[in-house]
Write a protein that binds this ligand. Structure first.
Ligand code: NAP
Length: 504
């Protein structure tokens, strides 16, 4: 594999950087960025990837039953439609294969630097470019950084009393131990989020006993999945406009769902539907009570499954709602004093989403660290750029996540916006672009005010909020509003600097 050191790496005092654009991460957004750079003829870019393969979250998460809960035709690039999705909702493997096929089709391999984990990026005010260092000590300079690191790849591990004593096997859903033979084992699962509800039905059938530790029940709706047959696939392949029509139908159906997130009163229809789903699948009133949430549906991510509730009805499955008091060498003890002997613990406890900017140390203009600038809460303009950090773009950054539609759509709007900024830099021979702090502040004021009226502010605690309860992850509106907002770069929103090199 190539490494950063193979990028020409002259002295940092050089006036022109080694590469024009550095993309960090090769998940959906990083690859999408690379495709558009190539399409625009901007070939002087690298994609740094910590792992040995592309794919981001779809490479990392390999747990049994892993699949997407956004319909396949929408969870793909708008310009790279796939007539061959085998199901209405794709499996992890199919999405992973799709992303690898994109690398192949768009000839991205020469730009990819696998095994390169970025450690820090420091902005050089004099030369108006960044120095990027990887954990192996290599370094190079780049005009622009596009951070496409995603949010769902750093496992959140619960801090349970006595965990260090546990003598059995323990792993997180995003680091699935495929060498662990589940057959006949007693396993504790902690967490009832989107990941857990997908793997529980798959593993419950193999285990001697599954003890599910539930802190908060999730609202679950039926999953309208179905196989896509040969005939339908051939229509998508051969009939002009068919796949586009399918995508549009999915897009608008998803957008209509968005109405209820911003008008929480409408959520009562979804709640009724979810209660019916629960009642249809769980006959035992005690279990039904345990699984009935007490918060408004949509406040936490709505889950979709047809086989989760039936799995919980199995004779070998216990749903435990008492908090965990202690983990012992071979068991878990609850606050109620019940002890559950287990051979393994599987954490379905989610990801460290709000602790941004994550492991990379970004040092911006005048030596300000992004960790410091974001000490109260991550904040960016359009989720993309942040004051004090020129030439740094973040894909799927603060407040651009979604509860109702495909984030690939959001990433595409952002990529298109970044491309417009890069064209401005190139055509006007400018060396840097930086959002004005007052523009960023105004934008965030509006975003936070809008969030107050949404279902996410209806009183639950979710991973959408940081430790102070501020929602730093979600876009409070429709995705077409985000498209509208990002379709043009307003020059007045930014400060531009001439270069001290030939650009100047
Ligand atoms: P998650 O939604 O954050 O769920 C984590 C679960 O672990 C919650 O039930 C949480 O309980 C519980 N938990 C966390 N810490 C705990 C502790 N110390 N003690 C007891 N329970 C604890 O994580 P996830 O299921 O991995 O999903 C994360 C996100 O990934 C999803 O929301 C979704 O965006 C994405 N995802 C998507 C798909 C898809 O189909 N597209 C599939 C999987 C994941 P509380 O609710 O009480 O905090």
């Amino acid at each position: 594999m190539n490494s950063v050191s193979q990028v020409p790496s002259p002295a940092f005092a050089a006036l022109t950087p080694d590469v024009e654009v550095t993309v960090i991460g090769s998940g959906f957004s990083g690859l999408g960025m690379a495709i558009k750079l190539k399409e625009a003829g901007m070939h002087a870019f690298v994609i740094l990837e910590k792992a040995a393969q592309p794919g981001g979250t779809w490479r990392e998460n390999t747990y049994p039953g892993c699949a997407c809960d956004v319909p396949s035709h929408m969870y793909s690039f708008s310009y790279e439609r796939n007539p061959d999705w085998s199901r209405a909702y794709s499996s992890q493997l199919e999405i992973f294969e799709y992303l690898k096929a994109c690398v192949e089709k768009y000839a991205l391999a020469p730009h990819l630097r696998y095994g390169t984990e970025v450690h820090e990026a420091i902005y050089d005010d004099a030369n108006r470019f960044w120095t990027v260092r990887s954990t192996d000590g290599n370094a190079f300079t780049t005009r622009v950084i596009v951070s496409a690191m995603g949010a769902l790849h750093r496992p959140h591990m619960p801090d349970l009393p006595g965990l260090a004593q546990f003598k059995g096997t323990a792993f997180h859903s995003a680091e699935w131990n495929h060498g662990f033979d589940l057959a006949g084992k007693r396993v504790a699962v902690i967490g009832t989020g989107a990941s857990a509800i997908q793997f529980i039905p798959e593993i419950a059938v193999k285990l001697d006993r599954l003890v599910l530790f539930q802190r908060t029940p999730a609202w679950v709706l039926p999953r309208m999945d179905r196989p896509i047959g040969k005939f339908e696939r051939s229509v998508y392949r051969h009939v002009p406009g068919a796949i586009g029509l399918s995508r549009n139908i999915v897009y608008w159906k998803q957008e209509i769902r968005g109405l209820a997130f911003v008008n929480p009163k409408l959520m009562r229809f979804a709640e009724k539907f979810a209660r019916k789903h629960l009642a249809n699948q769980i006959a035992d009133q005690r279990l039904r009570d345990k699984l009935t949430p007490s918060y408004t549906i949509g406040c936490k991510r709505i889950l979709m499954s047809n086989n989760y509730y039936p799995a919980l009805c199995r004779a070998n499955v216990d749903v435990v709602t008492d908090a965990i008091a202690q983990v012992k060498e071979h068991s878990i003890v609850t606050c109620a004093g019940d002890e559950y002997p287990v051979d393994a613990i599987i954490y379905g406890t989610g990801f460290r989403v709000t602790d941004l900017p994550g492991p990379v140390r970004f040092v911006g203009s005048e030596g300000v660290e992004l960790h410091h600038a974001w000490r109260d809460a991550p904040e960016a303009y359009l989720g993309l750029t942040t004051a004090g950090f020129p030439n740094l773009f973040m894909l799927l950054g603060p407040n651009t996540g979604l509860g109702h539609n495909s984030v690939v759509f959001m990433a595409e709007q952002q990529i298109s916006y970044v491309m417009k900024c890069l064209r401005i830099l190139r055509e006007r021979k400018l060396a840097s672009i930086e959002v004005r702090p007052e523009v960023q502040a105004r934008f965030n004021h509006v975003i936070q005010a809008r969030l107050q009226d949404t279902v996410w502010a209806s009183g639950c605690k979710s991973w959408y909020q940081n430790a102070n309860g501020k929602n730093v992850t979600l876009w409070p509106g429709f995705t077409f509003q985000y498209w509208y907002r990002t379709r043009k770069v307003r020059l007045g929103d930014y400060r531009f600097e001439q270069g001290s090199d030939a650009r100047g």
